[in-house]
Design a protein around this ligand. Structure first.
Ligand SMILES: [Zn+2]
Length: 187
């Protein structure tokens, strides 16, 4: 059993060092990315979409050249456990998602995913054993076509110095930068 170019245990090791902990979602995410990549034609350039910011983006960043920083990975705040890889010009792609119907055969995984038990009652060992055994059996694959407006990368456009903080910001945001406009995360 391999996840990308790694053995299962090598992948777990990578997850721990990159993500800081061995999150079950990231182990399943490894199988998801692996299945998606296997379902794509070779030799084309792909971008990725994660439909949740939780865990899954790290599986994409560990196993593919797509990262948030290079713009090849888009993270959507939908909270759906799904990842799509698509041909970056035409938009033809493959979407892999964690399928609740298939989780029926894997009770510990279902209990974890749907938060059916408090964390301290979860059997972590059994959960990881299930995930390892189930792998792709928890997943479903769809062919998708990404909308043209999503394919076009959003350019920053003209830049100016904000009259309030003096830092550079994209002019399309208005008279001042968004932080000075009230969206600053700092007190
Ligand atoms: Zn400002």
């Amino acid at each position: 059993m391999k996840i990308g170019n790694y053995s299962f245990d090598e992948y777990l090791h990578l997850v721990k060092s990159f993500h800081g902990s061995l999150a079950p979602g990231l182990v399943i995410g490894g199988f998801m990315v692996d299945l998606a990549l296997k379902s794509l034609p070779e030799g084309e350039l792909f971008d990725a979409i994660c439909e949740t910011p939780v865990c899954l983006p790290d599986a994409v960043q560990l196993l593919t050249p797509c990262t948030v920083g290079n713009g090849w990975l888009t993270v959507l705040p939908f909270g759906r456990y799904a990842v799509t890889f698509y041909e970056k010009y035409g938009g033809e792609g493959v979407r892999v998602y964690l399928d609740p119907a298939k989780m029926e055969a894997w009770p510990e995984t279902k209990a974890w995913f749907f938060k059916l038990k408090p964390k301290k009652e979860q059997d972590a060992r059994r959960l990881f054993e299930e995930i390892r055994e189930a792998g792709e059996k928890l997943l479903s694959v769809q062919r998708v076509r990404v909308r043209p407006e999503t394919l076009r990368r959003k350019k920053m456009g003209p830049v100016a110095a904000c009259p309030q903080c003096g830092e550079a910001y994209p002019v399309r945001d208005g008279e001042r930068c968004r932080a000075c406009g009230g969206e600053s995360p700092y007190r």
